[in-house]
Write a protein that binds this ligand. Structure first.
Ligand code: UD1
Length: 430
């Protein structure tokens, strides 16, 4: 089992380059099999989630060639199975995008039912509601979601709750349905827009992505394309918060600053300096952070996937902060670990009430999920002494070369796989 071992206390300084958006790439890779022509997808982050999804796509018979670590050539003409195994869904829920993609293309698809997960129960009722509205029969017995239709017909679909996954899954199927579909109360996240742009580059007719009403005119078929995934706003935000927590000065390159507005606003409230360039943001902190209030909301609100990283920053800010989680019901599990590092945080229902402390103290902690894992690394970078983060496979699901990028900013962090390597690192850093 690999771990990160960190000697905290170094302000991060320098430049870091952000990779492609994991959550956009997952949907785009699934959508790439919707044509029989060849599709090239660039700027795909080389992280465990995309690796597993590519395995799932290969497993149903599509051909995927790695041109390099970040560029994939996909051909869906050889698909021979319309069923995605539980093994993939279990490892990565987003495999369910193959349901919308295959249903749209072949009018039939089956994936194992995803379960709950580390951040809460994760219903898929809205995905199913959307497929139903398009005319599909959807059966959910025996732990499977089986969808089939003689033909898919455009429909007016209202999502009772803003859902990224349901918006994208319905969008995929509607792209190849007959006639017009309107998705109302759609998610507006940048990756929803990216998926729509990708589909449009394949010949789809989608308008309004990025607003709450997406309009799709179904097309008969899609063609090949060559497309580059947008930068990852969550990876970018994670480095921005790491700069803030360590009193550093970091230029975060290859980002779309507009996508980071909520993060930027909150960092300004904590007293950091944030400068926006065309495709970069610079975050500088003098080490004196101020308390503030944050509530997670669908885009353009503050992203739930940045909530743990924000909490870590506020944990060492002057005064009383609150962080309210409004998307997932179980996203404060890391707080107990952070308290073991000296944080003074009380969780009441979906609100974390944070009394800022002067500093964290290093200890051994466990990553409970992807973003919380990254947040604990940030706490370790800001802490006095040595922090060991266990279960870093969660972090590796979504951050490429995390420790390497942090080292490039002056962090003392090492990925180790045994006690001997850990002792060696500790000896080295004194
Ligand atoms: C995506 C992101 C995840 C992020 C989340 C919210 C991917 C792979 N994952 O997850 O990192 O935390 O968006 O920004 O892109 N809901 C329902 N019924 C449904 C679907 C969702 O009630 O059918 C609810 C959920 O319980 C949750 C809310 O809607 O409370 C938002 O979920 P959703 O946007 O669907 O999240 P995901 O797409 O799963």
């Amino acid at each position: 089992m690999e771990q990160y071992v960190i000697k905290g206390g170094n302000p991060l300084r320098g430049e870091v380059t952000i990779g492609g958006a994991k959550n956009a790439a997952l949907a785009i890779l699934a959508a790439a099999v919707m044509t029989d022509e060849t599709v090239i997808v660039r700027n795909v982050p080389y992280v465990n989630d995309t690796i597993v999804l590519v395995d799932a796509i290969r497993d149903i018979g599509a051909i995927v060639e790695n041109i390099d670590n970040h560029t994939l050539k996909i051909n869906g003409s050889t698909i021979s199975r319309l069923s995605v195994d539980y093994d993939y869904i279990k490892k990565i829920r987003a495999s369910y995008y193959l349901l919308g993609a295959l249903l749209g293309k072949y009018h039939k698809a089956e994936v194992a039912q995803p379960g709950g997960c580390d951040i809460g129960t994760r219903p898929i009722d809205l995905h199913i509601k959307g497929f139903h509205a398009l005319g599909a029969d959807v059966d959910t017995s025996y732990g499977l979601i089986s969808a089939s239709a003689d033909s898919l017909e455009g429909a007016h679909i209202y999502l009772d709750k803003v859902s990224v996954g349901a918006t994208i899954n319905i969008l995929l199927a509607a792209t190849l349905a007959d006639g017009k579909t309107v998705i109302d109360n759609a998610a507006k996240e940048p990756h929803v827009v990216d998926v729509a742009n990708f589909l449009n580059s394949m010949g789809a007719e989608i308008r309004g992505a990025g607003t709450e009403s997406i309009r799709v005119t179904g097309v008969k078929k899609l063609h090949g394309t060559d497309y580059s995934v947008i930068p990852d706003q969550i990876e970018a935000g994670t480095f921005m918060f790491a700069a803030a927590a360590t009193g550093g000065d970091v230029l975060v390159k290859n980002v779309i600053p507009k996508h980071l507005e909520a993060t930027t606003t909150k960092l300004l409230e904590t007293g950091c300096q944030v400068i926006e360039y065309n495709d970069a943001v610079r975050v500088a902190s003098n080490g004196h952070l101020k308390a503030t209030q944050v509530t997670t909301l669908p885009y353009p609100g503050f992203p739930t996937d940045m909530q743990p990283q924000m909490t870590v920053v506020l944990g060492i800010a002057d005064g009383l902060s609150t962080v309210t989680e409004s998307i997932w019901e179980n996203r404060f599990r890391y707080v107990d670990e952070l308290k073991r590092m000296g944080a003074d945080i009380r969780v009441e229902s979906n609100v974390a009430i944070i009394s800022g402390v002067n500093h964290y103290t290093g200890t051994r902690v466990q990553a409970p999920d992807l973003r919380a894992g990254a947040a604990l690394v940030i706490a370790g970078l800001a802490a006095d002494g040595i922090t060991v983060v266990d279960d870093i496979y969660y972090i590796q699901r979504g951050y490429e070369a995390f420790s390497e990028k942090l080292r490039g900013l002056g962090a003392e962090i090492e990925k180790v796989s045994d006690e001997k390597a850990m002792r060696k690192f500790i000896l080295k850093v004194g």
